[in-house]
Ligand binder design. Structure first.
Ligand SMILES: [Fe+2]
Ligand SMILES: [Fe+2]
Length: 184
């Protein structure tokens, strides 16, 4: 069957769906940090954050949660996760909608970041480990493919080079943070 995925060489293998989602989490957390560090409303980073979050949540809601929501062992976590997504979206809408004054905006971004942090923590510590036990290897791979496809469609074409912060840049930046201190 052509569906089989060869495991020779890391590059050839389809990425682990949970790793894909965890990478998104890392990016989203970093974008929140960037915004809060600047202590002012940064429209550009906010726009990127919003789009990353939307694409990520949509991928989970379309391809991961439905597969798990009727599994007794994990149902409660999934139902909670849908609610946390809804809350996250509502808060993001608030940040985008009403013209909040900057102090209020920064307060709401902090609260949103806390909500999303909590959600990410639950996914990574509780939901994903259980999901790995429920979903077999092969099915995990087809979910990974569906998530990748979905992300390509929803994040739209031509996003490269538009002044966006890439995952790689964010990762580099975090590494640099720990190495800073030596100048010249
Ligand atoms: Fe989620
Ligand atoms: Fe997630």
């Amino acid at each position: 069957m052509e569906k089989q995925i060869r495991s020779q060489g890391k590059e050839e293998a389809v990425k682990d769906v949970f790793e894909i989602l965890k990478n998104d989490h890392k990016l989203v957390k970093n974008l929140f940090q960037e915004i809060m560090k600047e202590k002012e409303k940064n429209e550009e980073i906010f726009a990127q954050l919003k789009s990353e979050l939307e694409v990520h949540m949509e991928a989970e809601e379309k391809h991961l949660y439905p597969r798990l929501e009727n599994e007794e062992k994990i149902r409660e976590l999934i139902l909670e996760a849908y609610e946390e997504h809804a809350l996250g979206k509502e808060l993001m809408g608030k940040l985008e909608g009403d013209p909040l004054d900057e102090e209020h905006w920064l307060t709401v971004i902090k609260v949103t970041s806390d909500v999303i942090d909590h959600h990410i923590e639950e996914e990574e510590k509780l939901m994903f480990p259980k999901a790995k036990q429920i979903i077999g290897r092969e099915e995990q791979q087809s979910i990974a493919e569906a998530v990748m496809r979905q992300k390509q469609v929803t994040s739209g074409a031509g996003e490269e080079g538009m002044g966006k912060i890439s995952k790689e840049e964010i990762e580099e930046e975090t590494e640099e943070d720990t190495e800073e201190g030596e100048s010249i």
